[in-house]
Design a protein around this ligand. Structure first.
Ligand code: BDR
Ligand code: CA
Length: 324
């Protein structure tokens, strides 16, 4: 199996952290760079959490470049009531030993794809602000990536931040529109909260299994999601907490895990009433061509096996500290 060259754009909080473990320690990919964006948490916390997660995965050499600290037009909105004040379950994790990179995320997204056209797969796990800002400078940027996978949207219009919208799109809907306006289904795939809610739910049994693995990565993955677990129980009505970003990462690493997909023409509502809602046009013969592939169902067992197999590994961690 050859390792997939990856760039990851993330607003790192607890489920992004698990996605970073899958990418950096799962053996399927070689992470070239991580870029951060404001979203679940403010930018400085997202960057800190990405550094911590990469250290946990034994990948402290991967550079982390901070990007946009606010959405294109809107005021910043975070989700610390879901992921904890620090975004990592408020465990009091020690500061990372490594420091952020000095380049701006948008410059990294542009220049690395420009230097090696077609080499990198890009996975976005947060609001699409960095990618949209890059597209404003290079309209053809998506063609320079092998493929772009985004944890974004809710194709069934069942939202997690409003009645109909998913957080990453809702937080910066204008950025999502810019990205979709440049997309084609052959280059861009969205894995939404609808798939996560159905196929990436960590039941009580799964949570116990993760905890009992007892490796540093499994303990970390279990504990950083403790505030999400509470929120999920109280708000979503699911049988546990779901892992949207790890699911998107799993699809990027193993597209064969996709069970159901569709291509569609998608736009995003930007009016206040339906802010961030996906507008999916499935009409045949509609004038606008499809612009994105939507993953609707994923092999749950295959996803969880990847998660457990990765967390069961012992890497050479830079971090030896147990969470407090
Ligand atoms: C998205 O928002 C955050 O809660 C997760 O990290 C994911 O990227 C899900 O709506
Ligand atoms: Ca995220």
């Amino acid at each position: 199996m050859s390792a997939l060259p990856l760039i990851i754009d993330t607003d790192t909080a607890s489920d992004d952290a698990v996605a970073l473990l899958l990418a950096a320690a799962g053996g399927h990919a070689r992470v070239h760079a991580v870029t951060t964006v404001a979203g679940n948490v403010p930018l400085d916390l997202a960057t800190r959490n990405a550094l911590i997660s990469l250290e946990m995965a034994g990948a402290a050499d991967v550079p982390v470049h901070p990007g946009c600290e606010r959405p294109m037009l809107r005021s910043p909105s975070h989700a610390q009531h879901v992921h904890g004040e620090d975004g990592m379950g408020d465990l009091g994790l020690p500061a990372p030993r490594s420091s952020p990179g000095t380049r701006h995320a948008v410059e990294v997204l542009l220049s690395e794809a420009g230097r090696f056209p077609g080499r990198f797969t890009l996975v976005t796990l947060g609001p699409l602000t960095n990618l949209a800002a890059a597209l404003l400078q290079d309209r053809d940027l998506l063609t320079r990536y092998r493929h772009v996978y985004c944890m974004a949207g809710a194709a069934d219009a069942r939202g997690n931040v409003s009645a109909t919208a998913e957080f990453n799109v809702w937080a910066d809907p204008e950025a999502a529109r810019v990205v979709l306006s440049a997309a084609t289904p052959g280059k861009m795939t969205w894995i939404g909260w609808d798939a996560s809610r159905q196929d990436a739910v960590m039941t009580t049994g799964d949570q116990l299994h993760l905890e009992r693995l007892g490796t540093p990565m499994a303990t970390f993955a279990h504990r950083v999601n403790r505030t999400v677990a509470v929120w999920a129980r109280e708000v979503t009505g699911l049988d546990g907490y779901d892992l949207p970003d790890p699911l998107a990462m799993a699809v990027a690493l193993r597209p064969d895990l996709v069970v159901e997909r569709e291509v569609a023409r998608v736009d995003i509502a930007v009016g206040e009433e339906a802010r961030g809602q996906m507008l999916v046009d499935r009409r045949r013969g509609a004038t606008a061509e499809p612009n994105v592939t939507l993953v609707r169902r994923v092999d749950t067992a295959g996803f969880k096996k990847m998660l457990f197999d990765t967390c069961a590994r012992t890497v050479q961690p830079v971090r030896t500290e147990e969470p407090a």
